[in-house]
Design a binder for this molecule. Structure first.
Ligand SMILES: [Zn+2]
Length: 162
């Protein structure tokens, strides 16, 4: 079954990948403008270590995950970016704006620690006390989503232990 994968191209003037991390790069002067490469000590190199002339790489993107990718979608980062932009627009007089979606938790998956969306919930009941009477107890917990609530992509399966 064909699958699709989203690519986010970052202008090199905005941000750069970590040194020596293999990424997709876009250098439009070349016959094949999309190539594999990495950034190191201020310069760009093709994946085979061939140095690329300064100023020719204009955009880069994170390496593709492949048709059976295990990494999760980018919705959280995308939405936080959008919320932050709106917040800055609404409060231009303020500084050091931050916006984050709080309904996320860490979960072990086949590939390691993954961030998954979750729905917080509360349980409340009246528990009997030894000395008689009852006391209401409320517990806060979270229920993990199996699918991203924004794009519907399935999160990686939880690691089976034992
Ligand atoms: Zn998503």
């Amino acid at each position: 079954m064909p699958t699709t994968e989203k690519i986010t191209w970052y202008p090199v003037s905005d941000r750069l990948p970590d040194d020596e991390m293999t990424v997709l790069l876009w250098h439009p002067e070349m016959d094949e403008p999309v190539w594999l490469g990495y950034h190191l000590d201020g310069g760009w190199f093709a994946a085979d270590s061939f140095p690329l002339p300064d100023g020719t790489v204009l955009y880069w993107a994170e390496m593709l995950a492949g048709p059976e990718k295990t990494s999760t979608c980018n919705c959280r980062a995308d939405i936080e970016e959008m919320l932050l932009a709106r917040f800055i627009e609404q409060s231009p007089e303020a500084t050091e704006h931050k916006a984050s979606l709080t309904g996320y938790g860490f979960l072990f998956s086949g590939t390691g620690l993954e961030m998954k969306g979750c729905m917080p919930f509360e349980t409340t009941a009246k528990f009997p006390l030894k000395k008689g009477g009852v006391k209401a107890k409320t517990q806060k917990q979270s229920m993990m989503f199996n699918y991203c609530p924004f794009c519907g992509e399935k999160y990686p399966d939880q690691k089976k232990t034992g």
